[in-house]
Design a protein around this ligand. Structure first.
Ligand SMILES: Cc1cc2nc3c(=O)[nH]c(=O)nc-3n(C[C@H](O)[C@H](O)[C@H](O)COP(=O)(O)OP(=O)(O)OC[C@H]3O[C@@H](n4cnc5c(N)ncnc54)[C@H](O)[C@@H]3O)c2cc1C
Length: 417
């Protein structure tokens, strides 16, 4: 079958990878001149298979007012005259209940564990150079009450197959000595040995390198901006772009935060809204002072990963419009976080700041598969977990295209769920 994948972020590239394996003739259309230059470029690097609990939970509600009042809070909100923003917020608040939050966690855990299996199979079969490590993850708590509730979540997730352990402060430092400067603030940590990390941009480029070689190579068309889907009845007949019309038998839409605007004229509304986040990439100059294990500062919602010889730091969730412009104040706040957590690890004069737009859905679940148009499939809304989930969602998409039953139940991931 001839398949067009729209968008060469990590989601589109992973889908193209599995579609090619099934023998399809795959072309990826991308407006930039290379793959993974937007949200998949410099994200937190966490392959966070056991940390998928959504932002939308009852515990987040009491935190919102103090977060909104502090300039340096992990979450920022700039109200807009935008129906899409308010619709998203209302749907988010509606999802902040125990039942929905647990259901979402359960669904995402299944998809994440499946993605982990896909990743482990992939790296066992191919030599991929993307600073990949299986180093585990420590979620560090500085608030005793939050740590107690994290322990309860560990118990809940154990029943769903997650292997995690609660550590006291001393044991936390034993597991990750680079956290010693934070020692007096640590209430405890949750340790998950089975988490991975890697560089998402390099990963997408490595998959691209492999799938554009050999027989039945995937074709990438750069500088092609999708403008409109052309529909005849309930089928997509082509994609209108700045470089003419492209046609295929099936269309997989993996356009990140641009997805809603492209499907809206077809009468499809997808609740994806950009949640802006920031990252810093810093050269490691003091090996012992930089973490080996991926670390999350739970209270500050900042993640740290060692990627090769660099430290990647990421955080912030700003509901603040659609432009990916860097706010230097937010970058300064992230720098302060690193200075207080790993003060000796990096050369701060050489830091590279970045911001990206998470394609977030209110519940935190991606939207996968069928639309009212028989040959148009969605692979959108990966939110804060796109790197973690990309292989799983890519494989699910390929299964749907081939009429196979996906190994992960689609409940909660469909357009109308
Ligand atoms: C600060 C930050 C930290 C993060 N940390 C992590 C992490 O640690 N672990 C994790 O799993 N996830 C993380 N994420 C989330 C992850 O980065 C995203 O979920 C993921 O990159 C989304 O991938 P995507 O392919 O859907 O979107 P994108 O990467 O944005 O790809 C969409 C592609 O479509 C192209 N496109 C858009 N419109 C058009 C058009 N009209 N025509 C042609 N091409 C078009 C874009 O150019 C882009 O290349 C983080 C995100 C941020 C912002």
């Amino acid at each position: 079958m001839k398949i067009l994948v729209l968008g060469a972020g990590v989601a589109g590239i992973a889908a193209a990878w599995y579609l090619r394996q099934d023998g399809h003739e795959v072309t990826v259309l991308e407006r930039n001149d290379a793959v993974a230059l937007e949200t998949s470029f410099a994200n937190g690097g966490q392959l966070s298979y056991s940390y998928v609990a959504p932002l939308a939970s009852p515990s987040v509600i009491p935190k919102i007012p103090p977060w909104l009042m502090r300039r340096d809070s992990p979450l920022k909100f700039v109200p807009e005259w935008s129906a899409a923003q308010w619709r998203w917020i209302l749907a988010f608040l509606a999802a902040c209940n125990q039942r929905q939050s647990e259901l979402t966690t359960e669904r995402l855990l299944r998809l994440a564990f499946y993605s982990r299996r896909m990743m482990h199979e992939l790296v066992a079969q191919h030599a991929l150079d993307f600073d990949y490590v299986r180093n585990g993850k420590l979620v560090v708590h500085t608030d005793a009450r939050a740590f107690e509730s994290a322990k309860r979540l560990v118990d809940y997730q154990r029943g769903l197959g997650a292997e995690q352990e609660a550590l006291d402060a001393a044991r936390t430092i034993e597991v990750e000595p680079a956290l010693s400067s934070m020692k007096r603030r640590i209430a405890g940590a949750i340790y998950t040995p089975s988490e991975d990390a890697g560089d998402c941009f390099k990963f997408a480029n490595e998959l691209t390198r492999l799938m554009t070689m050999g027989a039945n190579a995937v074709r990438l068309r750069f500088g092609v901006a999708v403008q409109r889907l052309l529909a005849i009845g309930r089928r997509v007949a082509g994609v209108e772009t700045n470089q003419g019309v492209f046609e295929a038998d099936r269309y997989v839409l993996a356009l990140g935060t641009s997805a809603p605007a492209i499907v809206k004229p077809l009468g499809i509304r997808i609740p994806v809204y950009p949640l802006k986040g920031y990252s810093l990439t810093l050269p490691i100059v003091n090996d012992a002072a930089a973490p080996r294990i991926s670390v999350t500062d739970y209270q500050r919602k900042v993640v740290y990963a060692r990627l090769g010889s660099e430290l990647r730091v990421a955080g912030m969730a700003d509901l603040a419009g659609r432009t990916a412009t860097i706010d230097t104040e937010r970058v300064g706040q992230l720098v302060e976080e690193v200075r207080s957590t790993f003060p000796e690890a990096s050369d701060f004069s050489r830091l590279q700041p970045w911001c990206g737009m998470r394609p977030a859905t209110p519940r935190g679940t991606p939207i996968l598969g069928a639309t009212p148009y028989s040959n148009l499939l969605l692979d959108a809304g990966h939110g804060a977990l796109g790197f973690t989930l990309a292989l799983g969602t890519g494989r699910v998409l390929a299964d749907i295209v081939n009429g196979r039953k996906p190994e992960v139940p689609l409940d909660g991931f469909r357009l109308d769920d």
